[in-house]
Design a protein around this ligand. Structure first.
Ligand SMILES: Nc1nc2c(ncn2[C@@H]2O[C@H](COP(=O)(O)OP(=O)(O)O)[C@@H](O)[C@H]2O)c(=O)[nH]1
Ligand SMILES: [Mg+2]
Length: 425
C-alpha cells in the first residue's frame, strides 16, 4: 500500500526531472540558456534527484519499533532485516537509506565522538571518522549478522559514561546502570547509517530508527534536527505496557504539541496480539483494544482516530507467510493507509510548489529573453524593408543617369559623324 504509493510518487518525480531536462536541452539547443538559468535548473534537478522522504520511528525501547519497520518495509525479504529481540536492541539512532555512490555497508560513528562538539551532520561529511562494514546483501544470514553490530556495547567507567552524556544512576531504570565491577555498559556507536539497496530506499526513502529515551535525551541533534525535519514521526506504544511515565516524557518533549509541528505525527499502539485471548470472543478482544486506544488517546490528548492499533510481529509473520486473515487481524493495513495518505500528498505538494516557483522564474526569464529577441528581429526586418525601398530608388536614379549618359553619348556620336563627314569632304 504505502510501498505502491511511494513508487507512484517516485515515478511522478522522475517524470518531472525528465521534463526539466528536456527544457534545459531545448534552451541550450536554441541558445537561450544563460549562466543563471542553467544554475537554477541544475539546482532544481539536483533537488529532485536528492529528494528524500524521512520517516522516524520513536518510542521507548522494546515497544517494537524495529519490528514495525520490518513489517512495513522489509517483509518482502522473507525474514527480519532489523534485529528485534527483547531488551535494548537498537542502541543508537539508525538511519536506513541508500546512496548509490557507495557500496552496501553499515557506517558506524564511534560513541567517543560525543566528547567533541562536532555534530552528526558534520561528521557525515567526514567519512574517515566512521567505521565501515561491508553489507553482504546476498546472504540473509550474513547480513543479519552484520546488522547486529549496530547494537554493540562497550564498558567504560562511570565518569567516562557521564562525560559522553549518559546519565549514570543506581536504581533508576531509565538511566545506565553501574555493574558490580564498577563499569557501565554503554552503546559502542553514536550513530549508524545502513546503506542498503532496497527499492524504496533507492527511491529516496530514509527510515530513522531511534533507541529509547536515553539516546533521545543525550543526542541533541535528534531533537533539534532529525525529528523536526522528518516528514512523518511514528510514536509507538505497546499494549502490554500501556502509556508509561517515560513514554509520556518522550511524547511531550520530542513529538507532541510542544515540538511545534503536528502534521505527520502518528501514534501506534503495538503488540495488540498480547490481548488476543483464545478464551475470549473476537468482540470482547476488540472491546479491550478499543478501551486501550481510548486510554492512550486520552493520556496524549489526541482524538482516538489518531491512534492505530497493530501487531507488528503478527503482521510481519502474516506478510511472510501470505496469511491474509492474520494480516487483517494485525491491522497493519490501516496504519499503512494513514501513513501514505498523510505523508505522500503533503510531500508531493512541497516538491511541486518548490519546483513550480523556481521554474516559473526560469520560464519568465526565457520568455523575456525571447520577447526582447523578437523586438530586435522586428526592428531588423523593418530596417531591411526600408533598405529594400531605398535600393529601388537608387537603382531608378542610376538607370535614369545611365539613360541620360547614353543619350548624351548618342548625341555626341551623331555630332562626331557630322564632323567626320565634313572633315573627309
Ligand atoms: N507480542 C508482540 N511482541 C512484539 C511485537 N512487536 C515487537 N515485539 C517484541 O518486542 C520486543 C522488542 O521489539 P523491538 O522491535 O526490538 O523493539 P524496539 O526496541 O522498539 O526496536 C521483541 O522481543 C519483539 O519480538 C508485537 O507486535 N507483538
Ligand atoms: Mg529497535
Amino acid at each position: 500500500m504505502l510501498v505502491r504509493r511511494f513508487a507512484a510518487y517516485s515515478e511522478w518525480r522522475t517524470h518531472l526531472s525528465d521534463v526539466l531536462e528536456q527544457f534545459a536541452g531545448w534552451l541550450s539547443d536554441n541558445e537561450l540558456s544563460d549562466a543563471q538559468t542553467d544554475r537554477r535548473l541544475a539546482h532544481l534537478l539536483e533537488n529532485l534527484r536528492e529528494d528524500r522522504l524521512h520517516i522516524a520511528f520513536v518510542a521507548e525501547f522494546s515497544r517494537g519499533k524495529s519490528e514495525l519497520i520490518n513489517a512495513i518495509f522489509f517483509a518482502d525479504y522473507g525474514h527480519r532485516i532489523l534485529p528485534s529481540t527483547a531488551g535494548r536492541t537498537t542502541m543508537c539512532p539508525t538511519e536506513l537509506m541508500f546512496d548509490r555512490e557507495r557500496p552496501p555497508s553499515i557506517e558506524l560513528l564511534p560513541i567517543e565522538t560525543r566528547a567533541s562538539t562536532t555534530s552528526i551532520s558534520e561528521y557525515k561529511r567526514r567519512p574517515d571518522e566512521w567505521i565501515s562494514l561491508p553489507l553482504p546483501v546476498d546472504s540473509a544470514e550474513a547480513m543479519q549478522q552484520t546488522l547486529r553490530h549496530v547494537s554493540d556495547t562497550t564498558r567504560v567507567d562511570p565518569a567516562s559514561a557521564e562525560r559522553l552524556g549518559f546519565t549514570v544512576a543506581n536504581g533508576d531504570c531509565t538511566a545506565f546502570q553501574v555493574e558490580s565491577d564498577g563499569s557501565v555498559e554503554i552503546p559502542c556507536w553514536r550513530h549508524a547509517i545502513i546503506n542498503f539497496p532496497h527499492p524504496l530506499l533507492e527511491q529516496g526513502l530514509v527510515i530513522l530508527d531511534t533507541p529509547g529515551l536515553n539516546a533521545i535525551g543525550t543526542e541533541p541533534e535528534l531533537t533539534l534536527s532529525l525529528l523536526p525535519n522528518a516528514h512523518a514521526v511514528l510514536f509507538i506504544l505497546a499494549a502490554d505496557t500501556g502509556v508509561t511515565q517515560s513514554d509520556l516524557t518522550v511524547w511531550r518533549e520530542h513529538i507532541g504539541a510542544s515540538s511545534g509541528r503536528k502534521k505527520g505525527r502518528i501514534v501506534v499502539l503495538n503488540k495488540i496480539d498480547t490481548l488476543w485471548d483464545e478464551l475470549r470472543s473476537r468482540a470482547q478482544i476488540e472491546a479491550e483494544i478499543n478501551k486501550q486506544i481510548d486510554n492512550c488517546a486520552w493520556t496524549l490528548s489526541l482524538p482516538s482516530g489518531q491512534v492505530f492499533p497493530v501487531s507488528a510481529q503478527k503482521a510481519l509473520l502474516a506478510k511472510i507467510n501470505g496469511d491474509e486473515d492474520l494480516l487483517l487481524r494485525s491491522r497493519l493495513t490501516a496504519l499503512e493507509r494513514a501513513l501514505s495518505s498523510e505523508l505522500i500528498p503533503a510531500k508531493q505538494e512541497i516538491i511541486r510548489d518548490n519546483t513550480e516557483s523556481e521554474f516559473v522564474d526560469c520560464c519568465q526569464r526565457t520568455r523575456s529573453l525571447l520577447e526582447s529577441r523578437l523586438v530586435g528581429l522586428r526592428e531588423q526586418v523593418s530596417e531591411l524593408a526600408e533598405l529594400r525601398g531605398k535600393n529601388k530608388g537608387v537603382v531608378e536614379y542610376m538607370m535614369g543617369k545611365v539613360r541620360q549618359e547614353k543619350e548624351e553619348f548618342e548625341t555626341g556620336l551623331q555630332h562626331y559623324y557630322a564632323v567626320r563627314s565634313v572633315f573627309s569632304r
